[in-house]
Design a binder for this molecule. Structure first.
Ligand SMILES: Nc1ncnc2c1ncn2[C@@H]1O[C@H](COP(=O)(O)OP(=O)(O)OP(=O)(O)O)[C@@H](O)[C@H]1O
Ligand SMILES: [Mg+2]
Length: 166
């Protein structure tokens, strides 16, 4: 593992964060941005997408799979997430990348030369009550760099009292 990118004489550290458009991922992005600012590190924001399973299994797959539209939607998710987060004070570069593929392996791969991989505990998936989604769980098991999993944080404005107040 090489944890630092060498840029001229300077060793630039890189932090990687995965976003999927969820509130949880947004909190992960904001945490990662604050950490990048503290460390003077670059920040790489990654969003992955793949064809819905129903499309892949359909005999009409070549017709149904509008790859360009899916990729465009993926870019929109990514750029909207970054625009909504406070990344302006980061000293290093903020890079964004869209990857087609399964989220956890793609994030682990993207983070290979970074010093930290950050994700939210949950994402856009629907099962209520889970502490970790399948992506954050797989990352916890398989990541090859240090990881941070951001738990839900109650926000004063969203009326969600359950996390902070029990
Ligand atoms: N497509 C993705 N691209 C980049 N990061 C992702 C993606 N999906 C999830 N993540 C990251 O993983 C975190 C946890 O999401 P995860 O998908 O594990 O939870 P979930 O959606 O609630 O559960 P599941 O997908 O298993 O139904 C997110 O907050 C985000 O940081
Ligand atoms: Mg998910």
């Amino acid at each position: 593992m090489r944890a630092y990118i060498t840029r001229g004489e300077t060793e630039m550290e890189k932090i990687v964060v995965g976003v999927d458009g969820s509130e949880s991922a947004q909190q992960a992005l904001e945490w990662a941005a604050a950490e990048a600012k503290l460390r003077g590190a670059d920040l790489l924001v990654v969003h992955t997408w793949q064809q819905p399973a129903a499309v892949l299994m359909s005999p009409y797959a070549p017709v149904l799979a509008d790859t360009a539209a899916l990729e465009e939607a993926a870019w929109r998710t990514l750029t909207d997430s970054v625009a909504a987060a406070n990344v302006t004070e980061i000293v290093g570069q903020v890079q964004q990348v869209v990857v087609q593929g399964s989220a956890a392996p793609a994030l682990i791969e993207a983070a290979q030369e970074s010093s930290l991989l950050v994700v939210g505990s949950r994402g856009r998936g629907g099962f209520a009550g889970l502490l970790l989604g399948s992506v954050s769980q797989q990352i916890a098991h398989e990541a090859t760099v240090p990881i941070v999993i951001i738990p839900p944080v109650a926000r004063a404005t969203d009326g969600n009292r359950s996390q902070a107040e029990g």
